[in-house]
Design a protein around this ligand. Structure first.
Ligand code: G1P
Length: 271
């Protein structure tokens, strides 16, 4: 069973400036709700019991969002507003599930994962990248099913336009397992159009093996001087760890870029 999820939240959010100059991008509202709450709902509805937030000193506002009990209690005493009560209950429920670890230098997703090393208990865990919202169908839940069936690591995948491949981790397929699942051969972080092995992108949901931590300890910085989880995944594949690309059926919203964020708000509002 996959019971723990980790969420890297220490990124600076420069693609969303100026919105992120004093605010955490994960708290920006998408149709009246902070983006992070969509991610938390996905976790809870897929059976996750504990969620590890990787934040930084600059992103402590995220912790405050879940630890503002005094404020809520005062307001609830003054106003008998049932909506506020319900929202507070929801926040309290999440607060009980969340643990915080710190990544004070934004050295990449791989480095963020490494910060959770001491807290991961089981052989596999889930990672969700908060820039990627997947709505209409719970992607984590379907990936957990795939993991159970094939007993291997899983990543969410989607076909993207060839001209846009340098926005994502791109992989090469080895073998189709069933309609929506295939084994991966190679994965490269943000390749150029010329060097991309395909137009199949990794989207921000991963079921990773605990043994990734040993590899991460030795991982050298890659593209842009960051430690990419993609490079460590490649290194595990070289060691014959099975990674499955899962073609998810939900709708993907890229909230990590300004245009994507604006579009997400519009698209969710229309549902
Ligand atoms: C990260 C990963 C990339 C993946 C993408 C999904 O990139 O490094 O491999 O395809 O998430 O959104 P980032 O969005 O942090 O630039």
């Amino acid at each position: 069973m996959i019971k723990q999820a980790i969420i890297p939240l220490a990124g600076l959010g420069t693609r969303l400036l100026p919105l992120t100059s004093v605010f955490a991008k994960e708290l920006l509202p998408i149709n009246g709700k902070p983006g992070i709450e969509y991610i938390l709902e996905e976790c809870v509805n897929s059976g996750i019991k504990e969620i590890i937030f990787i934040i930084s000193k600059k992103k402590e506002i995220i912790k405050k969002y879940f630890y503002n009990d005094k404020f809520y209690k005062k307001i609830i005493k003054q106003k008998k507003d049932s909506r506020i009560k319900e929202e507070y209950k929801k926040i309290l429920k999440y607060k009980k599930m969340i643990k915080f670890v710190y990544q004070d230098k934004p050295l990449g997703t791989g480095d963020a994962v490494l910060k959770t090393k001491k807290l991961i208990k089981d052989n596999y865990f889930l990672m969700l990248l908060p820039d990627d919202l997947i709505i209409k169908n719970n992607c984590s839940k379907s990936m957990i099913k795939v993991h159970k069936k094939y007993k291997s690591s899983v990543m969410a995948s989607m076909n993207v336009k060839k001209k846009n491949v340098s926005r994502w981790g791109i992989f090469k397929l080895r073998k189709k397992l069933d309609k929506n699942n295939s084994l991966i051969d190679d994965v490269i972080e943000k390749p150029s159009v010329k060097s991309a092995p395909s137009n199949k992108a990794v989207i921000g949901r991963y079921i990773l093996p605990k043994k990734i931590f040993t590899k991460l300890l030795k991982q050298k910085p890659g593209k842009g001087g960051e430690i990419h989880i993609t490079d460590t995944i490649q290194s595990l594949i070289n060691d014959r760890e099975k990674f499955i690309a899962h073609n998810f059926s939900g709708k993907y919203l890229d909230c990590g870029t300004m245009n994507g964020y604006i579009q997400s708000t519009i698209k969710i509002a229309k549902i």
